[in-house]
Design a protein around this ligand. Sequence first.
Ligand SMILES: Cc1ncc(COP(=O)(O)O)c(C=O)c1O
Length: 366
Amino acid sequence: MPLLSPKNSVENMPGYAPGAMKLPNATKIHRLSFNESRIGPSPKALAAAMDVMNNCYRYPLPGNPEINAAIANRYSVDPNKIFCGSGSEEILRLLACGYADAGDDIVYTEHGMVIYPIAARCVGANTVVASEKNLFVDVDSLLNSVTDKTRIVYVANPGNPTGTYISNSEMTRLRDGLSADVLLVIDSAYAEFVDAGDYSPGWELVDSGKDNVIMTRTMSKMYGLAGLRIGWAYASEPIIEVLNKVRPGFNVNSAAIAAGIAAIEDLEHEEKTKAYNDKLKPWFEAQLIDLGLELAPSVCNFSLIRFSGGADQCQRVNDRLRENGLSVKPCGGSNLPDCMRITIGPEESLELLVKVLQSLKKQEII
Ligand SMILES: Cc1ncc(COP(=O)(O)O)c(C=O)c1O
């Protein structure tokens, strides 16, 4: 009798590989591998989530209208153009469900988020990888990768794990080079951290009238709600309609909705989280540069180190960090085996990490 097996596109698919949550022999683990918020959630978001628990026997309102309205209000946009998901990951996957068939092409970049190929393979679509240029999204390479089989182009801006961004004019050039039947997904998970004047998370392109652009956002990073799973998107109404057709009936839980509403309204807490990153990241990166390490120009709440000694050196350093209870993200899964990504986490964790690297420098391991 034939054995049960998954469909071909899933059979050999590497699943999502998170950073280490446990380290052998470590009494304390310093979690610097998930880009979680050092500051955590707004106390108002926590209180709102607790409050709603009394009613947790009830289903939330389908389509999440209350939080859609709160997000629309914060940004003065039409609530009919907002969609919420159980993390932005759910939205990224729903887009593949709604727009790509088996045999279609889904394009993303060489160091793009690992969610994109998983979303593609789950619907049996072909994965097409465009090269990047020195850790930056390369619009020409993306456009050259698009064919008449392409249905979706996913671009993280800024990227993860690179942390680099492309300007709004480059993103516009990408959109202008795509035909109207290709969906451009601008994954702006780290948008709240970016100060650059030529950056945009994607509002203008969604509003430009071509109806083939969606911007996705997360509340896992700046808002410290990773464990509740909430993300959102801004797109034209026809795209929102498709998302509403393919979503699970009640796709965001009540606690996440309540916390998300409070979080998006708590600008003071957002400023505090941003200020922490703006203070700690330059200090941390200066220490790494003093040690002679090469860094990507990250504009996010994480840094990316590239080891001149390649994947072996990266692995050796990671082993030593782990021995000291430090969990960072080695980036082999993103085609960067010589790189590791480090979250701008607690100050004491980053200080310890710098100390370990200083001792590795003395031992000529780096
Ligand atoms: C670029 C990017 N997109 C999407 C996500 C998914 O975020 P979430 O599902 O937590 O909203 C992440 C999470 O790390 C990310 O880095």
